[in-house]
Design a protein around this ligand. Structure first.
Ligand code: ATP
Ligand code: MG
Length: 237
């Protein structure tokens, strides 16, 4: 496998209908990294993930996965390539059990799901204990873990995660971040959007600040945390 980026957006414009959101957006994710994408509400962070995952086609520019152009492929093809996506909202089916949610995550696999599910149950004991519980009866943090596990059923080497800590109490958010780090340690590169920029950067290798659809700053995570301008404009002082 090449040593280059596992995922790369280069000069991407993208948006909804006639409405342009991303403008000349360039960013990359290297093997083994956690990269955090921060920026104000409406900056286009979710749009970056949706464009990388094929929910939106880039208008111009390139989306590459391991050097292969994937811009314009449909999500079901991108998932088979090896990219997983945990959306910001509605990322589990409340009326289905945990087990059913995990099986839904594996519909694009044609091999035996059982060993994959058992490995996930080993890694996330709380899901193991609640296999037959409906997802709607889980707490917010447990739901986020289920959403993460659901994306892992395809065993992606790139995971896109949109605001894993949204709506969670601080301690619960810390637990979810710890799970994100653990997933990363199992050889999954992660591009994560986080509203909680300080905590998101704290577990990341590098970060990008997106504003009005364009990357304004990029640096090692510590560099962004120490940058006075970034701090004043985007980290709340
Ligand atoms: N489905 C859609 N149709 C039309 N416009 C949309 C759609 N989704 C998002 N937008 C617009 O695109 C812009 C960027 O939205 P996006 O969701 O990417 O921002 P974000 O950085 O993720 O914001 P947040 O922090 O609120 O999640 C916003 O102006 C938003 O109103
Ligand atoms: Mg968003």
């Amino acid at each position: 496998m090449s040593a280059g980026p596992v995922l790369e957006l280069e000069g991407v414009d993208s948006g909804y209908g006639e409405v342009q959101v991303l403008e000349d957006c360039t960013l990359q994710l290297d093997p083994g990294e956690i990269v955090c994408l921060i920026g104000p509400n409406g900056a286009g962070k979710s749009t970056v993930l949706k464009t990388a995952f094929g929910m939106l086609s880039p208008w111009t520019g390139s989306v590459r996965y391991h050097d292969r152009e994937i811009g314009g492929l449909a999500p079901e093809d991108i998932v088979r390539e090896g990219i997983g996506f945990v959306p910001q909202t509605e990322n589990v089916f409340g009326s289905l059990t945990i087990e059913e949610n995990l099986r839904m995550g594996g519909v694009a696999r044609d091999d035996d799901l059982e060993p994959v599910l058992e490995r996930l149950y080993d890694r996330f004991p709380l899901l193991d204990e609640k296999r037959t519980a409906k997802a709607r009866n889980l707490s917010g943090g447990q739901r986020q873990v289920l959403a993460l596990a659901r994306a892992l059923v395809m065993e992606p080497d790139v995971l896109l995660i949109d605001e894993p800590s949204a709506g969670l109490a601080p301690n619960t958010a810390d637990d979810v971040f710890a799970d994100v780090q653990e997933v990363n340690a199992m050889d999954t590169a992660i591009l994560m959007v986080e509203q909680n920029a300080k905590k998101g950067l704290a577990i990341s290798d590098r970060g990008y600040v997106l504003d009005q659809g364009t990357v304004r700053f990029e640096d090692e995570a510590n560099g962004l945390l120490d940058n006075e301008e970034v701090s004043k404009l985007y980290l709340g002082g």
